[in-house]
Design a protein around this ligand. Structure first.
Ligand code: ZN
Length: 354
């Protein structure tokens, strides 16, 4: 019988978490592969959005109370002063990097559509970087999920006139107090100005700058409110924190995330991508389908090994000592989620009460 280890995520980057006693995990599967061609033709997205990702839903009730952690300003606060770097991606889309999650900017005659907003103390720099790309107003801001390194700028940009769009669970989490059990800490609700103005459940399509921008939910992946954003004309996909380029990802289990849901999300992303698609990860450098496939392979391999060990009733200490990540320790294990922490997250996910 596996003995539950006292999990210590002292990865400085995570100091915030939330708990839910009960969660419904919905694992989505794409069943209509024939629609792939239509997606790649970048046409008639609103029609497709109802049909293209036709999913079957497998519901799992999970009873759990866990402590998981979240990016916090503190990891960055003692470090250098961060700057925003702008990189042209393709077509109407630029990527901004700085402190926190990667930002996508779609600019054109109709103004600016933005994905994610990093931290509140970066907003002046973000605003200036956006101004260097476009003189138009920021009309829309999509949040890929609720974490503060992606939504910290919400209040500022909302007050500047942007409409914030996100999955309904992002609004729920930003608008309510979150209890931080591991640190015995309570995080108050965000300022109301930071809450999403427009929410969706499955998907949303916006038309701006001659892009049909397809925003779609992936269930229980990094959190329970993840969205990906696909710029159809420019063929650019922003994956939020379902994708940490070249590194093991953080999965916020207590916000409804799961390793299997994350791999489902990756599968959906691969379904949309072709060899020319530019992929903006939540964290890390601009990427592509080939690298995303490698990420999928690595995560799948580690999951299979840990799952097999769990089924054999190996204790976490034995699993940690088994070398399940050894060929990835010097690559995927060098981010802020080390190999040990990644295995620990998978183990916690697989062994929590269901
Ligand atoms: Zn995140």
């Amino acid at each position: 019988m596996a003995v539950k280890k006292t999990v210590r995520y002292d990865f400085q980057s995570y100091t915030q978490y939330a708990t839910r006693p009960l969660a419904v995990l919905i694992f989505q599967k794409i069943t209509t592969s024939s629609l792939k061609h239509k997606i790649l033709s970048h046409s008639n997205i609103p029609y497709l959005s109802n049909k293209l990702i036709k999913m079957t839903f497998c519901y799992k009730l999970l009873l759990f109370a866990l402590s998981i952690f979240h990016f916090n300003n503190s990891i960055f606060s003692q470090e250098k002063e961060y700057q925003i770097t702008t990189q042209k991606v393709n077509g109407t889309v630029h990527m901004l990097t700085g402190k926190g999650g990667n930002i996508a900017i779609c600019s054109g005659d109709e103004g600016v559509f933005m994905v994610d907003a990093q931290f509140a103390d970066m907003t002046d720099k973000i605003q200036k970087a956006v101004g260097d790309i476009s003189k138009g107003p920021i009309n829309y801001l999509v949040n890929t999920h609720w974490h503060g390194d992606h939504t910290g700028g919400n209040k500022y940009f909302s007050e500047q006139g942007a409409k914030i769009i996100a999955h309904q669970n992002v609004r729920k989490r930003l608008s309510t107090e979150q209890h931080m059990k591991a640190f015995n800490r309570t995080v108050p609700a965000a300022d109301e100005a930071a809450w999403p103005d427009i929410t969706f459940n499955d998907e949303n399509t916006l038309y701006i700058n001659e892009e049909d921008i397809f925003v779609f939910h992936v269930d229980n992946a990094h959190t329970d409110g993840d969205a990906m954003v696909y710029f159809t004309s420019s063929n650019v996909l922003h994956m939020g924190d379902t994708y940490f380029q070249g590194k093991f990802p953080f999965i916020d289990l207590s916000s409804g995330g799961s390793i299997k849901g994350l791999l489902e999300a990756v599968e959906q992303a691969l379904f949309i991508c072709d060899d020319d698609t530019k992929i903006i990860p939540g964290h890390g450098k601009l990427s592509n389908k080939k690298e995303l496939k490698e990420y999928q392979t690595v995560l799948t391999n580690v999951l299979k090994r840990v799952e097999k060990a769990v089924n054999m009733k190996m204790a976490i200490e034995e699993i940690q000592a088994a070398g399940f990540t050894k060929e990835y320790d010097d690559t995927f294990g060098t981010g802020f989620i080390s190999s040990e922490k990644f295995i620990d997250m998978i183990w916690t996910d697989l062994t929590r009460e269901k």
